[in-house]
Design a protein around this ligand. Structure first.
Ligand code: NAD
Length: 416
């Protein structure tokens, strides 16, 4: 039986250690990076609609602020754990570092199933969470954003609550806000658009033609659906999609726009006209050119990596592939675009939103998309070149670039 650990903190530590060893940096660098610099655990009392009080557990983890204030989303999910929040904050440090943003990594989480709350309860919980962590966040300290289970509306409530606490308007405290309340054009689609751009760059490097490529997408929420729409726009053919309820398949192609309409109406990709049902496991091991992972962690493990038939895996989700699976995929010659690069579009446009808020100025959607593309393609090329030079996979090369940046910042600040 496999002894593979699926604890995201253990996985993040392994990834950092591997890159530190190849870079040959002092042991103290790994010691500094293997745990967050600060973690706050909070209990949030919320008045429910029936008048009772329910107490929810929440966390905010700030991993490393050598490069600038920390940044990272807030997850509302029943499976949130302290180790998961810590790991996600660590991945954020390296995601910001890899594309050259002036941020460190953070993440927040509340143990809750938001679908079980009424709108009013959700608002009270969102405001309560911000009151609980207000002392450690701020535009120059730590800037939250949406993640799984949270959205622009929740960010608006949170900013409003923060503004009440500090006594002035501070839109730059949180990104991923609604457009009317300081959001950036292009933010909602940014992560999925970036995933599609990175798939396109990988296809180029493998000398394939994007127009002939078939795609399977696991997860059709914010990231998966926008990846699907952008992949279609760039010319690829989506033949399979899944969500938590199941999967669908059509070898002739699935229209991403119509599928979005179907999901908006029914809440799932299942039963989409002209498709046949498949399981999630079948989707992951399907014969396609590009497999987009846009659901949750630990989807490709030592248990199924051998069965993967895709030529390219593009990680829209955080941590969908375990280190053991990475080894197997690398031996099989599968080209993996790692999460810290592939899904960095979200934090890049969050950074643009923060910059626009601080300038009190708005960019056009075209400006946002063009700047995002330049940043991500430059990062892809640097990682690809380093991977070739050191004969390592794209993930290791991405960590090497990022750890080197964080290391140099820590050095110049006199921490080492
Ligand atoms: P979301 O909640 O909008 O969508 C998640 C999707 O995954 C849904 O379609 C859900 O049904 C599906 N799903 C959940 N469990 C599944 C399972 N076991 N099998 C198949 N499908 C499953 O969330 P999102 O914002 O799209 O985030 C998805 C992933 O991308 C997460 O790992 C998140 O951390 C990461 N991410 C999101 C952003 C962003 O801007 N939203 C940015 C960077 C990374």
């Amino acid at each position: 039986m496999s002894t593979e650990s699926l604890n995201p903190l253990v996985i993040a530590q392994k990834q950092i250690k591997k890159a530190c060893d190849i870079l040959g940096v002092e042991e103290s660098v790994y010691e500094l990076l293997k745990e967050p610099m600060r973690v706050l655990e909070v209990s949030i009392p919320v008045q429910m609609d029936d008048g009772s009080i329910k107490v929810f557990k929440g966390y905010r983890s700030q991993h490393n602020d050598a490069l600038g204030p920390t940044k990272g989303g807030i997850r509302f999910h029943p499976d949130v754990t302290l180790d998961e929040v810590k790991a996600l904050s660590m991945w954020m440090t390296f995601k910001c570092g890899v594309v050259g943003l002036p941020y460190g990594g953070a993440k927040g989480g509340v143990v809750v199933n938001p679908k079980e709350l009424s709108n009013d309860e959700l608002q009270r919980l969102s405001r309560g969470y911000i009151r609980a962590i207000a002392s450690i966040i701020g535009p120059e300290k730590d800037i939250p954003a949406p993640d799984v289970g949270t959205n622009a509306q929740i960010m608006a409530w949170m900013v409003d609550e923060y503004n009440k606490i500090v006594g002035y308007n501070s839109p730059a405290v949180i990104t991923g806000k609604p457009l009317i309340y300081g959001g950036s054009k292009g933010r909602v689609a940014a992560t999925g658009y970036g995933v599609a751009l990175m798939a396109r760059e990988a296809v180029k490097r493998l000398n394939m033609d994007f127009k002939d490529c078939t795609v399977a997408i696991q997860g059709f929420g914010n990231v998966g659906s926008h990846a699907g729409l952008s992949l279609k726009r760039l010319g690829a053919k989506i033949i399979a999609v899944s969500d938590v309820y199941g999967g669908i398949y059509n070898e002739k192609g699935i229209d991403a726009e119509k599928l979005v309409e179907h999901v908006n109406k029914t809440g799932t990709v299942c039963n989409f006209e002209g498709t046949t049902p498949i399981t999630n496991e079948e989707l992951l091991t399907m014969k396609v050119d590009i497999l987009v992972l846009a659901a949750l962690e630990n989807q490709i493990t030592s248990a199924n990596a051998n069965e993967v038939k895709a030529k390219i895996i593009c990680e829209g989700a955080n941590g969908p592939t375990t280190p053991e699976a990475d080894k197997i995929l690398s031996e099989k010659g599968v080209f993996v675009v790692p999460d810290i690069l592939a899904n960095s579009g979200g934090v890049i446009v969050s950074y643009f939103e923060w910059v626009q808020n601080l300038m009190n100025y708005c960019w056009t959607e075209k400006e946002v998309e063009e700047r995002q593309e330049i940043m991500m393609v430059n990062a892809f090329n640097s990682i690809y070149d380093l991977a070739q030079q050191y004969k390592v996979d794209m993930r290791t090369a991405a960590y090497m670039i990022s750890i080197k940046r964080v290391y140099e910042a820590m050095k110049v600040r006199g921490w080492l």
